[in-house]
Design a protein around this ligand. Structure first.
Ligand SMILES: [Zn+2]
Length: 618
């Protein structure tokens, strides 16, 4: 016998409404005019390929992890939003939403979530307006009956360590840092929050990035790899759409047609709505029943979002431009970009592209000089680099100053380099404004001594660090030198360099070496110089199970000219910090035109850098 009291009690515990996420969305979800190009009621039929991924997130579906490797403009973000709404309204529990950064989490909360809640009546009824005092509704946390939604960024270990959660939505995971505050992988950190829930759900989405470094691709490869098969409008053969089968007349995107892989017939985009409606997801890899992976390219974008001609146009524009093509491949095709990280920049290729200018002179465009010095046991390797608009660089001079750095002699030669006025193409002259000397290897004390005396002349000490993802140049820190038993008060400013970061930048520029930002060499740069400059290459290594790229030196080769270039580039960054970035090059240009007045006569009086111990060809 059931008493009225227990009826009420059981009623409160009634099982979750067995709606699926797509059914809930079609019934309740409203798209706001603020956040959507197609405001009004949500219709799953507009993007039929979203039905199955969304329904895998329904409470009674056995799938635990849903992986979406989707192109931009395919609706994956809305699918995620629908799930959020479904959880709040239909299947409440604690939920954690992770965006790449805290800033982006804030934007998601303010722009998307708020408008979804306001425009969807059943959600508005469950979450108090954020203006109300004590509403339980803040930027990063929304209370609702039976649950709470927390928002954070993958760059905040604190946010990821929050309370246990049954639902996890990690959005754009390829933009997550590989390590957060030294506590490891942010996705793993967030997933750990869900382990106490038997009926947990995890949604991971992203457009992919670089091959072997893409989280979403790795997740997709561990899944059952579902592809959306659609019927050919001509023969009915089911197939998944691939970029290589899209054909067009040379230079005319409007002629874009898809070539069926069975009947070979070419058909236009107008057939898309019918094809999408007749499509189905098919797994292409064995399944463990708990992880469902979905891949979708921009070829499936509904009519009116991103057309085939638009894709072709984007492709034609990006072709031949590495970075732009990468964006196309990642965001339009939802495929990873195969970066040529194993290929070293070729020394012969750089030799062949040398420009015709004299060593020790600044070609047209140079408005600033920096220098990088590598300290070895028996010599200092010195490069002087000229810089102009857009960080375009010219190697002005490179030399080995022979001598023992524990003795003064070799440092006196370096003083000559500092004192030299280098002739510019316009008949003016420039002096080195910033010199960075490596203090990390040999003769740290001697280096500090030299730097301390010449801080006013722009000489700084640097120390390389190959820690991953370090900034190119860290904050300068004062180091007090304990020299011959006493602490010197006038400390030296030491800059930590992210040498791997700088090398990646420099090699990227050498690879696409044209125009603004290019690095240029005169005829004096010889085979040995380029051999050293290209003596390192990136190799793939695994760290805690994650692939990382690392710069490694080729066996038994010297790399001083590369180190000198890295330090001179760091010196440029250190110098730039004191300038207004927007007007820096203009200012330097003006300074050169107005100042840099050294007449030829007095320039001749300057000691030439080619002293007795300077090697001949420079
Ligand atoms: Zn066909």
């Amino acid at each position: 016998m059931v008493s009225p009291w227990s009826v009420g009690f059981l009623d409160g515990l009634r099982p979750e409404d067995p709606l699926t996420v797509s059914e809930w969305s079609d019934r309740y979800r409203r798209l706001s005019s603020k956040a959507s190009a197609e405001p009004g009621p949500w219709r799953t039929s507009r993007t039929p390929y979203l039905r199955e991924p969304m329904d895998c997130l329904s409470s009674d579906n056995p799938v635990q992890r849903v992986v979406l490797m989707f192109a931009a403009q395919t609706g994956k973000t809305e699918a995620g939003s629908n799930w959020l709404g479904y959880v709040i309204d239909n299947s409440p529990g604690p939920m954690l939403c992770v965006q790449p950064t805290v800033e982006m989490a804030k934007r998601l909360s303010k722009q998307r979530l708020e408008s979804m809640i306001t425009d969807t009546p059943c959600l508005a009824a469950k979450i108090a307006p954020s203006r109300a005092r004590d509403s339980g509704n803040t930027m990063f946390s929304k209370d609702f009956s039976g649950g709470i939604m927390m928002l954070t960024g993958a760059n905040s270990a604190t946010g990821l360590r929050s309370a246990p959660c049954r639902y996890l939505f990690a959005d754009e995971i390829d933009a997550f840092p590989s390590d957060v505050d030294g506590e490891g992988d942010p996705v793993a950190l967030a997933e750990r929050r869900t382990t106490t829930f038997a009926r947990r759900k995890i949604l991971l989405t992203s457009t992919p990035t670089v091959k072997d470094f893409s989280r979403i691709e790795a997740e997709f490869q561990r899944s059952d790899q579902r592809r959306f098969f659609v019927p050919c409008p001509c023969c009915g053969a089911m197939q998944w759409l691939q970029w290589s089968r899209l054909k067009w007349d040379d230079g005319d995107p409007d002629t874009a047609k898809y070539e069926c892989q069975r009947c070979g017939e070419r058909f236009e985009e107008v057939h898309k709505p019918k094809m999408l409606a007749g499509g189905e997801w098919r797994a292409t890899a064995p399944s463990n029943g708990r992880t469902a992976g979905f891949h979708l390219s921009g070829l499936y974008s509904p009519l009116g979002w991103c057309s085939w001609p638009q894709l072709v146009e984007d492709f034609i524009r990006a072709k031949g431009d590495g970075p732009a093509l990468k964006v196309f491949v990642n965001t339009r095709l939802a495929e990873t970009w195969e970066e040529d990280y194993t290929a070293a920049v070729n020394a012969d290729g750089l030799m062949a592209k040398r420009l015709d200018y004299e060593p020790g002179t600044c070609p047209d465009g140079v408005v600033l000089l920096t220098s990088g010095v590598d300290v070895q046991d028996n010599r200092l390797a010195v490069s002087v680099w000229g810089w102009g608009e857009g960080e375009t660089g010219w190697l002005v001079w490179h030399q080995e100053l022979m001598g023992d750095p524990t003795q003064l002699e070799v440092w006196k030669q370096l003083d000559q380099v500092l004192a030299t006025e280098w002739a510019t193409a316009s008949g003016k002259s420039l002096k080195i404004k910033q010199m960075a000397i490596d203090s990390g290897g040999h003769c740290t004390h001697e280096t500090y001594n030299y730097v301390r005396e010449r801080a006013r002349e722009g000489v700084v000490a640097i120390k390389g660090s190959s820690r991953r993802n370090s900034p190119a140049v860290g904050k300068g820190t004062k180091v007090d030198v304990n020299w011959r038993g006493k602490v010197l008060k006038k400390g030296v400013t030491l800059y930590q360099l992210g040498t791997d970061t700088i090398k990646t930048t420099l090699f990227g520029r050498l690879r696409h070496n044209e125009g603004s930002g290019s690095l240029n060499f005169g005829m004096a740069a010889d085979v040995e110089y380029f051999k050293q400059l290209t003596s390192e290459r990136q190799a793939l290594r695994y760290h805690r199970g994650f692939p990382i790229r690392e710069w490694v030196k080729k066996a038994s080769s010297r790399n001083e000219s590369l180190d000198c270039a890295v330090y001179a580039f760091a010196a440029l960054q250190i110098y730039s910090r004191r300038m207004n970035q927007a007007t820096m090059w203009q200012q330097l240009q003006q300074q050169l035109e107005e100042g840099g007045k050294t007449p030829l006569r007095s320039r001749k009086q300057q000691p030439a850098p080619a002293g007795p111990s300077f090697v001949s060809n420079w």
